[in-house]
Design a binder for this molecule. Structure first.
Ligand SMILES: [Zn+2]
Length: 223
């Protein structure tokens, strides 16, 4: 979202905003930083339909309440609308993910947060290909390879069937037509990321939880 200040309307006490931190992904109440007031501007703001409307917005710094993070985030608020820079990101669990796969998933999520939905979807596809490479899941295309993951993880078949609707999984990457990518918007990008999260959970995190629970099994006491 672009903020184009037209006129400075004064200074105000910073409003507390609820955000998921773009740096540590914890959700919390972000307060103003030190004694820095927000500056209120008359701005033009793009509404959800892309139309630019004039309104007043307060802009200033906030600080992440997580003591281990404490990162600064720039926010602009207008009535109940809040935007932040860096932008909020979709939450995900990084537990047990191989570093290469985690890095690609993070890139996808950052692209999504920045409104680059086609790039995000491409990175989701790459995440899934890396997942199949890691687990040596073979198939004639990506869908086939994902189905082959059932031999190494509990992957709900309903999930894979529903994933057929995602254009990004439709064909081999080299043959996906430009128009398919052009049609990818926020919702499809978000759904692709959520699908990737579920598959990664099934392969790396569910098995890890089972192993930890199994380790709790108490040895039988022999009388
Ligand atoms: Zn943080």
């Amino acid at each position: 979202m672009d903020l184009n200040p037209k006129e400075n309307l004064g200074h105000h006490h910073p409003q507390v905003v609820s955000l998921r931190c773009p740096h540590c992904r914890h959700t919390g109440s972000f307060h103003g930083y030190s004694n820095c007031p927000d500056v209120t501007w008359l701005i033009t703001w793009a509404d959800p339909n892309g139309r630019r409307v004039a309104k007043s917005a307060a802009a200033g710094m906030r600080r992440c309440p997580n003591p281990a993070c404490s990162s600064l985030v720039f926010v602009a608020t207008s009535n109940n609308e809040v935007v932040s820079y860096p932008p909020e990101v979709i939450d995900f669990d990084a537990t047990n993910l191989p570093p290469d796969i985690l890095s690609t998933l993070e890139e996808s999520i950052k692209c999504h947060a920045a409104g680059c939905y086609r790039a995000a979807a491409l990175m989701v596809r790459r995440t899934l290909e890396e997942l199949c490479d890691d687990k040596k899941a073979a198939g004639k295309d990506l869908k086939g390879r994902l189905a082959a993951l059932s031999s190494v993880a509990v992957v709900p078949s309903e999930l894979l069937t529903a994933a057929d609707e995602l254009r990004i999984l439709g064909n081999d990457a080299a043959h996906i037509e430009a128009k398919d990518y052009d049609a990818i918007g926020k919702e499809e990008s978000e759904l692709a990321i959520e699908l990737a999260k579920e598959l990664l959970k099934a392969v790396y995190q569910y098995t890890s939880l089972v192993a930890r629970l199994t380790a709790l099994k108490k040895p039988k006491v022999v009388p």
